[in-house]
Design a binder for this molecule. Structure first.
Ligand SMILES: [Zn+2]
Length: 207
């Protein structure tokens, strides 16, 4: 019940929006933290409707009004600790226009368990400045990275696609079409990861 979103700048405008509010259809359902208890939950920026779980936000399952008290913005680390990064990823991808015409800067696979992919993209909510985004895919299930000869960077010519299928997160840096729906669609990509959990950090731009 309090909007101290100045703190957001502290976290480099780290996204907290999950989806449009299904109740007032005006505000954003955002991840927030109750000041008194430190509990992380979700609250609409307009009508103050509250939810406990980002995986099922609809008009029938919001909490009783004022279940929580005053809240503040959550930090990226708190979102990661809850494994809620994937819930803010979809809205964030819209904010960067799916990373269209960005660049893949770095791909790192650690112990075949974790993938780190750093891209440079334009932030359309932040005067179209360039930023770097570091995606971390935890508990890799499958991936494909094809690097062609004589290319030091891969252009994101069709942007980035994200989807959760059967509990697995698919992140595609080379979608072959606008309609990517199935596992087979993702497997046609030359650069994609499939994992249990995905999170991302926003970093200052660098080459
Ligand atoms: Zn609302």
């Amino acid at each position: 019940m309090c909007y101290n979103f100045d703190l957001e700048t502290t976290y480099m405008n780290y996204p907290t929006k999950v989806k449009r509010c299904p109740i007032c259809k005006q505000g954003w359902v955002q991840i927030v933290k109750e000041i008194s208890s430190g509990q992380i939950y979700l609250c609409c920026s307009e009508c103050d409707a509250e939810w406990a779980d980002p995986s099922t936000i609809n008009e029938n399952n919001c909490l009783q009004f004022n279940t929580y008290g005053e809240y503040i913005v959550v930090s990226p680390d708190e979102i990661k600790a809850k494994s809620w990064g994937k819930y803010v990823l979809e809205e964030f991808l819209k904010r960067i226009h799916n990373g269209d015409d960005g660049l893949i800067r770095k791909v790192e696979i650690n112990n075949m368990k974790e993938a780190i992919i750093i891209v440079s993209v334009m932030d359309f909510e932040n005067s179209q400045s360039w930023i770097n985004v570091k995606f971390t895919a935890n508990n890799l299930k499958e991936f494909k990275i094809v690097q062609k000869q004589n290319f030091s960077n891969v252009v994101l010519s069709s942007g980035i696609k994200f989807k959760e299928i059967d509990g697995f997160c698919f992140l595609d840096f080379d979608p072959y079409s606008d309609e990517i729906d199935t596992v087979d669609d993702f497997r046609r990509s030359e650069v994609y990861v499939c994992c249990d959990e995905i999170c991302f950090d926003i970093l200052p731009y660098s080459e």
